[in-house]
Design a protein around this ligand. Sequence first.
Ligand code: SAM
Length: 452
Amino acid sequence: MRDYEPYYTEDGSIGLYSYAEKDVFHSKFGALTEAWEKFVLPAKLDEFKYDNLKVLDVCYGIGYNTKALMSFLINHENYKKKNILQKLIYIVTVYANKIIKRNDCLLPYIDSNNTNKLSRFQIDCLDINEELVQLSPLFRTVKTPGEIYDSIVPQILACFDSYYSLRNVFVNFLSHFSPKNKKEINELLDLKFKNMHIEKEYKINSYVNYILMNSLAEYYKKDYPSKELIKMLREKKNQRFFDRSLIKYASFNRKWGYNKSSKYNLSTFLHNIYYATLSRRYKKMDFKTAESLFKVNFYVDDARKTILKLNEEYDLIFLDAFTYTKAPQLWTVEFIAELYRRIAPQGLLMTYSTSALVRNTLLENKFYVGNIYHNKTNKIIGTIASKDKTRIEHPLTPYEIGLCNTKAGIPYHDPNLSFDKKDIIELREYEFRHSDLMSSSKYMKIRSMKNE
Ligand SMILES: C[S@@+](CC[C@H](N)C(=O)[O-])C[C@H]1O[C@@H](n2cnc3c(N)ncnc32)[C@H](O)[C@@H]1O
């Protein structure tokens, strides 16, 4: 974690600051909350009839958007699960398949005629940063305010005079490592324990990180987590951000391999039968069933290269790149055109950006574009786009479209999807200087004079 600074966001989930990009990965108001409110909830999956879904997570990072989506889908599919006997048959089939060495855990659910059949979801995760992708399932899952209060906060606070002295300890500790970015980090570390609040329905399902870990082990051909990563996870200063039991599970997998340890297989098998038949928690979906819902693919490379290799049609696209002023590569007309080519006719693209530039880039690519409103405060918090006009609930207003047609909306270009950041910015600056379009400030002034 040399290049990043982890901090707690206001909902208690962990956010990251990148020294290289001089930018935050996550909103300081709540990394996990943002994933739900800007990416998962706007997809309105509970209203949309789906049998299968294909999802593209552009800029997976440490995976909040994918994790929130998986949690939603597991909870939703949970209602469709079969009765106990069918579950039992399913577990036995999975185990039998293991014995005869059919290694695909993507077994179809038994009784395909049943209308309650569980769905299948493919999630393609793109990110350039290998270390973060590997670390993604190991981060501590957020706690509820009740849990924070009951477990850590009173104990920690009891050791200090006040919350401020606690904060100062963190700040001093951190400034030791990062004198240059002290001010910014100090701001991020302005821990507000009282505000740490994650909605109950936004919690990450406890299976999700294990499913991601198994998918990563498949991607890295069992060489996961890398040795350097394990070494880093053992460093004391990093421990508070990672989940010990997940690290143990990952180290166990790496050493023994999931399929190699018959003892482990047997205990998993018995454990599943126990949950399916005896446990009070039988109402929950068992792990193997939950895992069989997903096919998570990782592509660790520049998304501009990866996208050209993908020939899927996606129902949902999450675009969560760094802000365009700092990293324009994934906001260009040409990159968005590749996303347009790969989105299903009724598919939805979601992004946190509400800028005229990003919206105009979507419009230039023939997307229908609209606002994402916060489900409670009714503030505009992001942008949604689709090829299908009827899927945009809140289209851009004439005022917002007008703003896209000012200088502020001039898009970035990257003709071969290979320009570096500096060239992309310079190309736009040239166009900006030679453009006859109205400036956004003049546009806003005129519109406000007209009282619009
Ligand atoms: C704002 S963060 C995404 C946060 C992420 N969605 C999460 O839940 O943690 C932006 C991400 O874009 C990745 N990135 C930057 N340039 C990229 C590129 N050219 N191709 C793919 N990923 C890129 C970074 O590694 C970083 O993880």
